[in-house]
Design a protein. Structure first.
Length: 292
């Protein structure tokens, strides 16, 4: 079925005359008459009764007009939906973030974005750095945020912020009030660590290795919250993000232990798949990211 012919038939049937349909479509009356005749020949039915004053759909015409109205209503709806997508009236943005960024840094930013663009559906998956990069490569998320880099030539890493890792202890821990810790003393301290694959763990291990220290994991825990609770109980010390411990440090639940000659700063990355198309929602989100 020729959809151009169908549109002409709908316009003529709706207006009640060939001339009315021609005016609506901005084409000549003769062209409309010719194409209507071709359409009826192709379908093998008469769609319009030609009356002295105008036209009237036949039974076949009334049947087809119902389908035409529905079809072109869906077309208009699709056009509107695409326009809404471009104007951020609708859309979806799937985000993946490592635990520190997803748990402590992104929520405020996402809430602000949602207030500005309520039609965009946001989803946030919190995983370790390796899992986030795997999800990007698999096309499961649109953008990732990571604390480290896995060298993949398919991913584009850009620094968007900076964080610092601090050594934390319970206030009653013997080392909490002992003054700055020496590197030699740190080497003897058992530490609570994230699981392998964590960006925080990888950065900590590299920084300590640069000082000739091989950390002694007292326990491996899967979440920052679990590590904070364990540290607060006095079990051991841990290196954690300053961003992730702000509330506990302010409340006096945890305390920072200074280490002589050691300061661990790390860049935080936003990660994109190089070959992926950027939706309007993703472009708007990227525009709101502060440069690193």
């Amino acid at each position: 079925m020729n959809l151009n012919h169908l549109a002409i038939f709908q316009a003529v049937a709706a207006s009640g005359s060939v001339s009315g349909g021609a005016r609506e479509l901005h084409i000549s009356q003769s062209a409309v008459s010719k194409q209507l005749a071709e359409f009826e020949r192709a379908l093998g039915v008469v769609l319009l009764d030609r009356l002295p004053r105008g036209v009237r759909p036949t039974e076949a015409g009334r049947l087809l007009l119902g389908y035409a109205n529905r079809l072109f209503a869906i077309e208009a709806e699709a056009t509107q939906a695409l326009g809404d997508l471009q104007q951020l009236g609708r859309g979806r943005l799937a985000i993946g973030a490592s635990r520190t960024i997803g748990g402590y840094m992104l929520p405020e930013m996402l809430a602000a974005f949602a207030r500005r663009h309520p039609g965009v559906e946001l989803s946030l998956q919190v995983e370790n750095t390796q899992a986030i990069e795997a999800k990007l490569l698999a096309g499961e998320i649109d953008i990732g945020f990571a604390e480290g880099v896995v060298s993949s030539d398919q991913l584009d890493y850009r620094v968007y912020a900076e964080d610092e890792l601090v050594l934390i202890a319970a206030p009653r821990h013997p080392l909490a009030a002992a003054g700055p810790l020496t590197l030699a003393a740190l080497a003897e301290c058992p530490l609570l660590m994230h699981e392998p694959g964590s960006g925080t763990r990888a950065v900590t291990e590299r920084a300590l290795a640069a000082k000739g220290i091989r950390p002694r994991p007292a326990m491996t825990l899967a979440s920052t919250e679990a590590i904070k609770h364990a540290v607060a109980s006095g079990v051991a010390l841990a290196f954690l993000s300053a961003q992730a411990t702000r509330t506990e440090l302010k409340a006096g639940i945890l305390r920072v232990v200074e280490v002589k000659g050691l300061r661990i700063r790390r860049p935080l990355y936003r990660v994109l798949l190089k070959s992926a198309w950027h939706s309007p929602a993703l472009e708007a989100f990227l525009a709101e990211l502060k440069p690193g």
